[in-house]
Write a protein that binds this ligand. Sequence first.
Ligand code: AMP
Ligand code: MG
Length: 401
Amino acid sequence: MVSISEARRIVLLQAKRLPVVTVPLLESLGMVLAEDVRSPWDIPAADNSAMDGYAFSHASLQGMFLPVCGFLPAGTIRSETIPPGQAIKIMTGAIIPPDCDTVVPLEDVQETPEGITFKEVSMPGSHVRKRGGDVSADELVFTAGTLIRPQEVGMLASFGRTAVHVYRKPVVAILATGDELVEPGGERLPGKIINSNSLSVAAQVVEAGGTPVLLGIARDDREVTRAMLQNGLTADVIITSGGVSVGDHDFVKEVIEEMGGELKFWKINMKPGKPLAFAVVADKPLFALPGNPVAAMVGFEMFVRPALLAMMGHTRIIRPLVRAVVTEPIHNNGDRPHLIRALVELQDGKYHLKTTGDQGSARLSSLTLGNALVLIPSGAVVNGGDEVDASLLDRVFEMQE
Ligand code: AMP
Ligand code: MG
């Protein structure tokens, strides 16, 4: 049996970064840049007005009045110079004429047919966005490894980019095992249960940024399991659920070995999800998750998600931990560290945590009612009012009044 941290270390050793692909800019959202990016030009390209107002040369200002010589909307440029001692009406974003250096906003002047009278004197250079003030030509703006968020998409677009080099998304094959399983929408005969794991795990793959491929349900038969697993080997990662325990029908481990796979570990010192096998089959990481719905999802969260993120080039692969005050005692009387499902709420800027009730590994409500996991060591007693580190699975919003 390995510890959680040892298991994670072993898994991450096999999580090799995927090849670089070129994708249309918008598709790169959430992916990791695989190239250094320099700005091809100054942004802004020229000094321009930050306000609707009047541009003028500050040195030429004698009193509080300036005659006005024309109008400059955004998107136009003025080639002729402005007569000294005059102002030109200018709209936000329009390029400052070469002989001007300052903009006075509309609200700071009185407009008359003859010109403008200042209500307030502008400081030299005010309300002018300088050329290159955002980024300058040839500046190294992003390095490989940068996570592409909407703001990076915007910046890359402003460099004229329509496509970018990123690390590819992993294709993840998912196989359910068990004679008792039927697909959602199928007939629910007595004794049968719905294969929810394939869907919950596929959703976790999508959320992590990968592409799931559902392989269906393998009956509890060694040959069938093997043949269906074989189909998964074209993917980058293979996930199975169920059949990895010590029951009479738990073939997954044997099948992995028959396929020439190298089993790296198959028991983790944690609850839920002790029977979780990790192997390398045909150079592909294979995760054999437990069958119980919570154990499968928690196993994914703890080991598969970090691996997928690493394969996509992410450097931040572990969820943020927040300090939260527990509002009720939590005991772990068991002999394994327990990943308790919990609800974390923000109240007056402070995180509060309570468990989601019965922590049975088949009780999916323990996850649907919560948004966090908190690791309680074996034998530990946490009292109400104590603080714990909670791993946030979702965003947490301040509670509404
Ligand atoms: P196993 O490890 O195969 O014995 O499965 C443990 C428990 O998880 C059993 O009660 C199964 O019915 C349940 N289970 C296994 N696979 C799935 C699945 N794909 N969806 C929902 N429950 C499952
Ligand atoms: Mg089974």
